[in-house]
Unconditional design. Structure first.
Length: 589
């Protein structure tokens, strides 16, 4: 909780200058901040015109917008902007904001936002900041996790809204907020009523996205739209002005449907879009900001994801949303290393989306034809740790990275992210039970072998970390003494061990821990020798603890799986798990 001078309200600035969807996903964080600092004056800073999303939010006292072109002119990678660009940004910030602030929380992960923090010189800052020596650093464990997740896609397992909320003291199960006025609702009622004559609530279609690699082909959207119309579902097409040609292509492929299709693409403000989605039964969309608007007004979404987009990070926040992802080992791919022809996008066919839509629109249960195939259908749900996660509905095959993702999430939530005065989350056993209920174990022997290999990799990395810890401790005992060959050898030993650990990043299952280790190394520059020795010791020890935890849990999973398989052999392939929440483990060796 931020405390200002006696009799003066503490002033807090929250920055979210990245994307439209990120602004909406930041609202649980601002709500958590308000709960922890009820008397503070909270100002929110966003890009034009995204500030509209925040106006009317009861947790915010003032919304300020910065010009997008000026923010973009200073660049999106670390480095010093040109003097003229910096002066322009300084002038805009000074004209719109009145420092000093007691605290600035930078929820954005772009570098212009860090420059804004530096220009305002707050008493305290968290998130991405620009240090006095010119280095960009992340201050806050939750937001550091966000940056790590961008570099280790396979192991990233926490929703962005939970990450942002956690950085402000939230503990999960938050709500997205999107103010909708009576005037917005009246406009939506009049606009849809002038076109749609069906009594049934419409299904919304959002065929656009911010990037080409996030767009499902328009021909497939047209095919799904025809199926929905044939099944009696009225449709409303939504999107931005720039997406009108895309919508026209899809609409041109549909049969004449008077009174059953509304086209409002390019005709809505953010708040009017929210009012329209509020009246819809379902939104079918690419991964784009519209799904977060729908979540904020309580409308379920069916999100089509592929390429570098992972629903573990970007799924609509809240229970009861649906996500389709390609069932392929290389998904999600790296942001910068995508396949040119996006073959994983082709794995999600119009028929698969249609069947998934029937799951979302119909009674609980899986639609026939989705039990197995090239895509996995997930439903968002609150997990054992209280944060949002994904429950697979069509029982995909359990992969070792699914297991390790759950282990890593449990470790970071219980031992890293909530270690500062917040109670730890549950241990990994609840996750294990859930996974054995949700997934198929197609080849238990192969899975146990992979689990054993992963445990061995963790043990090997842990031994390197323990050796580094011992070397750093020896170095601590020698700091402050006259230069000595033994001290030089200790320094070289620490450096060699760090290089060997960093080289382990090539191992997919180790990457998340190595990325965490590397981020901590960046924070050690520059430091005095005694400070550096202490920081190196802490970093090695932190890695060793994480490796020991993951190794132990991976071994326990292998043993647990082995025991259930033995029991299943005597019970026609079905094994009852002790936990009453778990129904059965299906094994097909």
């Amino acid at each position: 909780m931020v405390v200002g001078e006696a009799g003066v309200r503490p002033r807090i600035l929250v920055i979210q200058t990245f994307r439209y969807g990120d602004v909406i996903q930041s609202t649980p964080a601002i709500a958590a901040l308000r709960r922890h600092s009820p008397d503070a004056e909270i100002t929110a800073l966003a890009r034009k015109p995204f500030g509209e999303v925040l106006r009317g939010n009861p947790d915010i006292d003032l919304v300020v917008e910065l010009d997008t072109n000026i923010l973009d002119s200073v660049g999106h990678v670390p480095g010093a902007p040109a003097d003229g660009q910096l002066e322009t940004l300084r002038g805009q910030v000074g004209a719109r904001l009145s420092p000093p602030f007691d605290e600035i929380i930078n929820l954005a992960n772009d570098f212009p936002s860090a420059l804004v923090v530096a220009l305002l010189k707050p008493q305290r800052a968290s998130g991405l900041v620009l240090c006095p020596d010119g280095r960009y650093r992340v201050r806050n464990e939750w937001l550091r996790y966000l940056f790590m997740a961008a570099e280790a896609r396979f192991m990233a397992g926490i929703n962005l809204a939970d990450i942002l909320s956690g950085s402000c003291g939230g503990s999960g199960r938050g709500l997205l907020k999107m103010p909708v006025t009576a005037a917005d609702r009246h406009w939506a009622e009049e606009t849809l009523g002038a076109t749609l004559r069906a009594a049934r609530a419409p299904v919304a279609i959002q065929a656009g996205a911010s990037k080409d690699y996030k767009r499902w082909p328009p021909g497939r959207f047209a095919a799904v739209s025809r199926m929905l119309l044939d099944a009696g579902h009225p449709l409303v097409f939504v999107g931005s002005e720039s997406e009108r040609p895309l919508a026209a292509t899809i609409l041109g492929a549909l049969p004449a449907s008077p009174g059953r299709v509304a086209d409002i693409v390019g005709r809505t403000t953010f708040s009017r879009l929210a009012a329209v989605l509020e009246r819809c039964r379902l939104l079918i969309s690419n991964d784009t900001a519209t799904v977060h608007v729908a979540a904020a007004v309580g409308t379920p979404s069916l999100v089509i994801t592929f390429g570098p987009t992972s629903a573990w990070e970007t799924a609509p926040y809240g229970e009861g949303h649906y996500v389709l992802e390609p069932a392929v080992a290389c998904f999600p791919c790296d942001w910068e290393k995508r396949c040119p022809d996006m073959p994983c996008r082709d794995m999600i066919t119009a028929d698969v989306v249609w069947r998934a839509a029937m799951c979302a629109l119909g009674p609980p249960g899986l639609h026939p034809g989705l039990e197995a195939g090239p895509a996995t259908l997930y439903r968002t749900a609150w997990m054992p740790d209280g944060l949002l996660g994904l429950e697979p509905l069509n029982k995909p095959e359990l992969e070792i990275r699914d297991v390790l993702r759950a282990i890593m999430r449990t470790y970071f939530v219980s031992h890293r992210l909530r270690r500062a005065g917040v109670s730890s989350g549950p241990e990994w056993r609840p996750w294990c039970d859930e996974m054995l209920r949700w997934y198929r174990v197609k080849n238990s022997a192969a899975l146990r072998e992979k689990a054993s290999a992963a445990a061995a990799d963790m043990a090997a990395l842990g031994r390197l970390a323990q050796a580094g810890r011992r070397a750093a401790e020896a170095l601590m005992l020698n700091t402050g003494k006259p230069p000595d060959p033994s001290v030089q050898r200790l320094c070289e030993s620490v450096s060699r061990l760090e290089e060997r650990i960093l080289a382990s990043e090539e191992n997919e299952l180790l990457r998340f821990l190595v990325v965490s280790f590397r981020h901590a190394l960046r924070d050690m520059e520059p430091m005095s020798p005694d400070e550096a020795a202490l920081a190196h010791r802490w970093n090695f020890m932190d890695l060793a603890n994480a490796c020991a935890y993951a190794e132990e849990q991976m071994k326990a999973f292998s043993q647990f799986l082995s025991g259930q398989v033995e029991h299943a052999a005597a019970d026609n392939g079905r094994a009852c798990i002790a936990d009453a929440r778990v129904e059965a483990l299906h094994v097909a060796d």
